[in-house]
Ligand binder design. Structure first.
Ligand code: MN
Ligand code: ZN
Length: 339
């Protein structure tokens, strides 16, 4: 069967490997039908993802059809369409013991630390498979994974209806967060450098928008919050100055969420955090949020159609990655297909 492997940074190969078989009683064999390309996949390709090891079959936005099940499996059956949990945790370390397996001490992320879903077949535990709603296409279902990341950050931020959320950056990560946050609180300020994205955020219900390139960011935040700053700020831009900007723009007793993976030092100061008693929290991956995301879709609260802008066959992965690297404005989500 075919698979896409990043041999080393900068080198992508379509390889032939043996089709997996079910070796564990609780495993299922999945025939892949769609796999998303994420910013972090591009990072592994370019060698800028500090977590990744090589060579690696990448892909963590994993959708397919159950082809075969092990003798102990009761939750899914052949023919079921599923999305696969990307987080593999040990179950007994300190984070796992307090229910936070997404930051397990032995964390393995499919497509990052262990082989992922850019391959025709994949064997995984049945407990990592989540049934897809019938009305959702396989390629749209890929968007459930970024949705779980968004739910995780809003959950870690303890976002409530009363909050004033400052969302910094509204690209692919930010717009997923926006969609979830909008379900929770009406008062959202979106800061971005693209007018087009700000326009889209307004159309989807952002209370205020700030162009970080042409407007005075801090002045605008204070203006839109009656002078006190946001109560919650989420960094979905993860750029060099973004954390410092958010520490300044967040009001007393607020929460500031980081989501970036940069290992570059960023300049901040303790006074901003101490004097306002801010909670600065990281949000990584997702902690059992697939069920939550799928329930939102079933309840009609979340519509994932239209987010996928381009598809490429698996064997054209090089072309897909080259295209992603052009940052063409028409790109929203690129999906690899397997037909
Ligand atoms: Mn992703
Ligand atoms: Zn663990």
């Amino acid at each position: 069967m075919k698979a896409v492997q990043i041999v080393r940074p900068g080198e992508l190969r379509v390889i032939d490997i043996e089709k997996p078989s079910i070796t564990q009683q609780d495993n299922v064999l999945i025939r892949m039908t769609a796999a998303g390309i994420c910013g972090s996949d591009l990072g592994i390709y370019h060698g800028t993802n500090a977590a990744a090891t090589y060579p690696r079959i990448i892909g963590h936005e994993i959708v397919g059809v159950v082809e075969e099940t092990g003798p102990d499996v009761t939750s899914v059956k052949p023919g079921d369409r599923v999305i696969v949990n990307q987080v593999v945790s040990c179950g007994h370390c300190y984070p796992c013991s307090i229910g936070r397996g997404n930051v397990c001490d032995q964390l393995k992320v499919r497509g990052v630390h262990i082989d992922g879903g850019y391959r025709e077949y994949l064997a995984v535990p049945a407990s990592d498979c989540y049934l897809l709603p019938d009305f959702l296409s396989d390629r749209d279902a890929v968007m459930i994974e970024p949705t779980t990341i968004a739910i995780q950050s809003c959950t870690r931020a303890e976002l409530t209806k009363e909050d004033t959320l400052l969302l910094y950056g509204c690209g692919s990560l930010g717009s997923s967060i926006f969609r979830i946050a909008r379900q929770i609180c009406p008062n959202i300020i979106v800061a971005e450098l693209s007018d087009e994205k700000l326009e889209a955020a307004r159309a989807q219900g952002a209370a205020h928008t700030i162009n970080t390139e042409t407007e005075n960011f801090l002045e605008r935040v204070l203006e839109y919050t009656g002078g006190r700053g946001s109560t919650v700020s989420i960094d979905a831009a993860c750029s060099k100055g973004s954390l410092m900007n958010l520490l300044k723009a967040t009001g007393n007793a607020g929460r500031v969420m980081t989501m970036g993976f940069s290992t570059e030092p960023a300049e901040i100061n303790q006074f901003l955090i101490t004097s306002k008693e801010l909670d600065v929290r990281g949000s990584r991956l997702q902690n059992r949020m697939f069920g939550t995301a799928i329930q939102m879709i079933l309840d009609g609260k979340l519509d994932l159609t239209g987010a996928v802008s381009h598809t490429f066959p698996l064997t054209d992965a090089q072309r897909a990655f080259d295209f992603a690297d052009t940052h063409d404005p028409s790109i929203r989500k690129i999906v690899l297909t397997f037909d």
